[in-house]
Design a protein around this ligand. Sequence first.
Ligand code: SF4
Length: 486
Amino acid sequence: MLTTNPFDDDKLREECGIFGVYGIESAAALVALGLHALQHRGQEAAGITSWDGRLFHTHRAMGHVAGNFDRDEVIRALPGPVACGHVRYSTTGETALANVQPLFAELVSGGFAVAHNGNISNAMKLKRELIRRGSIFQSTSDTETIIHLVATSSYRTVIDRFIDALRRLEGAYSLICMTPEGMIACRDPLGIRPLVMGKLGEATIFASETVALDVVGAEFVREIEAGELVTVSDSGIRSIRPFAPVRPRPCVFEQVYFSRPDSVVDGSSVYSVRKAIGAELARENGVDADYVIPVPDSGVPAAIGYAQESGIPFELGIIRSHYIGRTFIQPADNIRHLGVKLKHNANRALLKGKRIVLIDDSIVRGTTSVKIVQMLRDAGATEVHMRIASPPTRHSCFYGVDTPERAKLLAARMTVDEMAAFINADSLAFVSVDGLYRALGENGRDPARPTHCDACFTGDYPTPLTDHDDLAEPDQFALLDERILA
Ligand code: SF4
């Protein structure tokens, strides 16, 4: 069985990346490049939909962007000056081709394509209502709910129908939509998932992260603001604010792990924030040691920050193979425990007889931490002190991030001391929630007015969790026969 990188199973996984282009010939080719830069946000499937001024065209497939969009004939089959695309993990909805985005439907107003990053936390409730009223769902994706809400709205124009649909949604959504009239980009009222706008000549670009603008040579214009809806058409760019303003709560985990370090999120360089988290860790949880060693690659910026703050030398004590690839044949159980060594190997010559501060971005199930600590001990490290550049992950995410159920989160089951014993570290410490906020340039977390969603650390969810709180068994709303297990 093929799987996405099995050694990243012990991370929270961002579920989607989206990218849209309005106003340049062969827009789909640019979308393919943009999606490639967002590949870290989803590696199970990719899709692009284009509009040639008369017809919509689409190509969606399981697998990576490079494998799906590296052939001329695929790009040539996506003509036109407007296109949007999507990379995904499955969070809501099975890993089936029917769920691969952009989703598309013919509405009374014409074609409507949507690419969604996030998760609608009342999608099941809305689906039940829609099905009772006659809607027929083709996928199990929460995103299809948006299409049916637009289709059944009683408003006349497509933009009014769309706004009417958005007002029914709870949860997290950054959306790029295409209609015959143009492109619509929007963020939910709290701005939980990111979305930025850029410019390339006369073309307007939307992307989950600034790195995708950089890669296609576009200039960053600004973030789409929380609760903002931006339309682009031949008559220009228009900003609409259909919701009553609320304090934004963007996902703090974008800063910790999801976004690429060369992106700028909420106005901050992700790389700089991660270094600052490492410095906070050193101030809060210093320890005597010979070297600071990151778990590559995600622990590197925080380890640099820790080393600079503590004065302990930064060294590469774990070397990551760059050739394992992002997909890998799942090893049989009896050899799976060798897995970490396929991705990471200890630098024995450096580690022998040394006391190590080991830095990682997070602990989810703890399985990878156990293997990495043991690997350092086997290589001769005399002490391993693990330091984590995020607070303990104690709660599941319902906003489009693939988290294990709560019972499987190590920090939900154990105290920090118990976790240290479990991973066999000499000591274990996490940056505090206040330390995380200080790294973001604040004085700490203001519990009355938190500036980010930090629910996986604090349990303070910024929206209702309607489906989660509804104990009814989930219904099957679509056949899953076309599930693709390849
Ligand atoms: S629960 Fe955690 S991962 Fe999910 S949106 Fe909030 S901060 Fe991000």
